[in-house]
Design a protein around this ligand. Structure first.
Ligand SMILES: Nc1ncnc2c1ncn2[C@@H]1O[C@H](COP(=O)(O)OP(=O)(O)OP(=O)(O)O)[C@@H](O)[C@H]1O
Ligand SMILES: [Mg+2]
Length: 236
């Protein structure tokens, strides 16, 4: 279980997050939704350790991680997939997957990844940097999967991808959950997020303004927050 308590902090003197708290129980999917600039990516960065909070705490499986380095968090099963693609461009598809597979299980891991994304098998010798955007996103997810994390923080996995690719991405996320991994997802497609997540947290200007079961989310409230942000953005 991931427990995030009262995170405060940002990039300079002015905090972006104001006491952000949320929990992700084992084997569950939790969504973090909110308008552009609300602080969703910042929250994920603080959980994975890329950014230090000025106060608050991050606890995973009962271990306080707040001042742990990112690599130590990865070793404890916490995987962060940031916005944008995360592949080594000058390595082949297969090399990218092997690098993240547990020692001695490289072949099985590769087989499992290409069973989920057959296109990665077809392109196993191709340099990752020459894959299409959708293929790179599949490889990014497949790399996370073969490393067998306990929880994955997924930031906008579907951004800029065609609907069919997005379907494949979400099927893959469901497979990770079926195999016992937990997910904390930031997602622009609200309906897709609601379809997979059991719990939703709504972030607005760095504060969690609503938490509850996906089925109870008032979508009009959410879209009003989104619209309010974009109107403010246009007039400023
Ligand atoms: N590296 C940075 N340096 C300074 N300010 C930043 C940095 N990254 C983000 N911010 C600011 O922090 C605030 C929250 O940004 P964040 O990226 O967390 O939002 P978000 O909810 O992920 O938005 P989006 O939906 O657009 O990805 C914004 O006001 C943003 O301008
Ligand atoms: Mg973001």
């Amino acid at each position: 279980m991931l427990e995030v308590q009262e995170l405060v902090g940002g990039y300079g003197a002015t905090p972006v997050l104001h006491q952000v708290s949320l929990t992700v129980p084992d084997s569950s999917v939790v969504a973090l939704l909110g308008a552009n600039g609300a602080g969703k990516s910042t929250t994920l960065r603080m959980i994975s350790g890329l950014l230090r909070p000025t106060s608050g705490s991050v606890t995973f499986d009962g271990v306080e991680m707040t001042s742990m380095r990112p690599a130590a968090r990865v070793q404890r099963g916490l995987c962060h997939l940031p916005e944008g693609r995360g592949v080594f461009p000058s390595l082949s598809v297969r090399e990218n997957l092997v690098l993240f597979s547990p020692k001695g299980q490289e072949a099985d891991s590769f087989d499992a990844a290409v069973e989920a994304f057959p296109i990665l098998g077809e392109r196993r010798k191709q340099l990752a940097g020459t894959l299409s955007g959708g293929e790179q996103q599949m490889l990014t997810l497949a790399r996370a999967y073969v490393s067998r994390p306990k929880i994955v923080l997924v930031d906008e996995a579907s951004l800029g991808l065609a609907p069919l690719i997005v379907d494949a991405i979400f099927e893959f996320l469901e497979r990770m959950v079926a195999e016992g991994m937990s997910l904390l997802i930031v997602e622009q497609y609200v309906q897709r997020a609601l379809a997979i997540a059991s719990t939703v947290n709504v972030l607005h200007k760095g504060e969690i303004v609503w938490t509850g079961p996906s089925a109870d989310l008032d979508q009009d409230m959410l879209f009003a927050l989104y619209a309010g942000e974009s109107v403010a953005g246009r007039t400023s």
